[in-house]
Design a binder for this molecule. Structure first.
Ligand code: ACO
Length: 401
């Protein structure tokens, strides 16, 4: 705690906390993490139980409403979401404006922000009913937008949502069905997709969620706030890490190359992507579920002896016994195995962060709702430690040496 009253001529104390490693910016009842023990709870429920027994729609209800739904609540909630899956026809024009080789995350940032141009009623952020409708719209439309970004990127026609399918099935169909050809959703892949959505649904005040809250604290509309969250998520230290982790595994190629790679990490030439976490100083509980999902998906559609899975498991085994990683408490995070899983499911690496954004939308919007309902909510306004020159007088350009 720095007493810099003299410097700033103000009363009170400031904390200087780069990266906010020890500053709570809000109160929240959504998600609890004990990083030392490797525990993650949503509204009290352990993530592994939710991933095993629940489904993404239930988890959305849990995060947004605070409780798991009854059967009647579930049916109503799911119907509400399926009613909002379509996009305005004019929306297609947005996609056409992008270059075909645009990164799907670039398309996501632009198109999700553009939703505010279509739903003017959602801009009334002071009306709780409108806030709720915005949340439903976002959860419902994200798969449609994400699938369109994917189809546009690979040069195929868009596939419309089908409301008789569940959330994950509908998304996989919109991504992989080709018009005029039969497409049966593989139940193992649909379950894996649903689980990936659950694992990414919320993670308390991470960089993108903090971005959503900070944007929302100024009264910005929910679509603009979520677009800001997507922009932040794109970075390789955050949501972009799964893309980087898979590229790294491909680059290592075979287990024999691991020792050299580890030496490079220790010499600080690079980082072991998919390892380490700001909060978890133990095994990320999501990584355990993800590892299991990777095995199930590879057994179904890939090669159970996939060399990338072997490299990942061997890398993990070596790192967990190495002093460098032990000392720094570096363990696999959720991204370590998600890339292998998504790749086996047929997604290119450029889509990985898009899927993360799709799933995290419920967390972002639930956090935004919680903030909007909090009477103590203020505009977010961090301070700084000024390190520039002290006061000095202007010198005309002719007199500057
Ligand atoms: N590989 C090698 N060394 C690492 C790694 C890594 N992945 N992560 C941290 N370290 C080392 C640092 O070099 C540092 O060592 P030092 O004390 O000798 O200087 C020490 O561990 C602490 O690292 P910080 O960067 O201070 O830790 P921080 O909490 O700021 O970083 C982060 C967390 C960004 C996730 C980091 O671990 C990282 O870059 N990991 C790789 C990227 C990744 O997987 N990101 C996904 C995060 S999870 C998510 O967003 C879903």
């Amino acid at each position: 705690v720095l007493d810099i009253r003299k410097l700033y001529g103000q009363t009170g104390a400031f904390t200087y906390d780069p990266g906010f490693t020890s500053t709570a910016a809000c109160e929240s009842g959504l998600t609890f993490i004990d990083g030392d023990e490797g525990i993650l709870l949503h509204r009290g429920y352990p993530i592994d139980q939710l991933a095993e027994k629940s489904n993404f729609i239930e988890v959305c209800h849990l995060l947004l409403h605070g409780e798991l739904p009854t059967a009647a609540q579930y049916e109503k909630f799911e119907r509400n979401i399926t009613m909002h899956t379509m996009l305005h026809a004019q929306f297609d024009r947005f996609f056409e404006g992008f270059r075909r080789d645009a990164h799907p995350m670039a398309i996501m940032v632009g198109t999700v922000g553009a939703l505010s141009a279509f739903y003017h009623d959602s801009l009334d952020i002071n009306d709780p009913t409108q806030r709720y409708i915005s949340a439903i719209r976002l959860i419902a439309k994200m798969p449609t937008i994400a699938a369109r970004a994917f189809k546009y990127h690979i040069g195929q026609p868009f596939v419309s949502p089908r409301n008789d399918l569940n959330y994950a099935e509908n998304f996989l169909r919109m991504c992989f069905a080709v018009p005029a050809e039969d497409y049966e959703v593989n139940p193992v892949l649909a379950r894996a997709m649903d689980r990936i959505f659950i694992l990414h649904a919320d993670h308390e005040q991470n960089a993108s969620t903090s971005t959503v809250r900070l944007a929302g604290s100024s009264g910005a509309n929910p679509f603009a706030c979520i677009a800001a969250g997507i922009a932040c998520l794109w970075g390789p230290s955050h949501g972009g890490a799964n893309e980087e982790a898979l590229n790294m595994l491909k680059e290592i190629g075979t287990p024999e190359n691991i020792p050299d790679f580890i030496n490079g990490v220790k010499n600080r030439e690079r980082r072991l992507m998919g390892f380490g976490h700001r909060v978890y100083k133990n095994y990320d509980p999501r990584a355990k579920v993800m590892q299991q999902s990777a095995k199930e998906v590879l057994a179904e559609v890939g090669d159970p002896n996939d060399p990338l899975l072997q490299v990942a498991q061997e890398l993990e085994r070596i790192a967990l016994h190495d002093e460098y990683f032990i000392e720094r408490k570096l363990y696999p995070n959720v991204d370590f195995y998600s890339g292998i899983t998504l790749s086996a499911m047929g997604f290119p690496t450029t889509m990985f962060t898009v899927l993360f954004a799709l799933a995290r939308t419920v967390g972002w919007i639930s956090q935004w709702q919680e903030m909007m309902e909090d009477p103590s909510q203020k505009i977010g306004r961090p301070r700084q430690l000024y390190t520039g020159p002290t006061r000095r007088d202007y010198v005309p350009i002719s007199q500057r040496g």
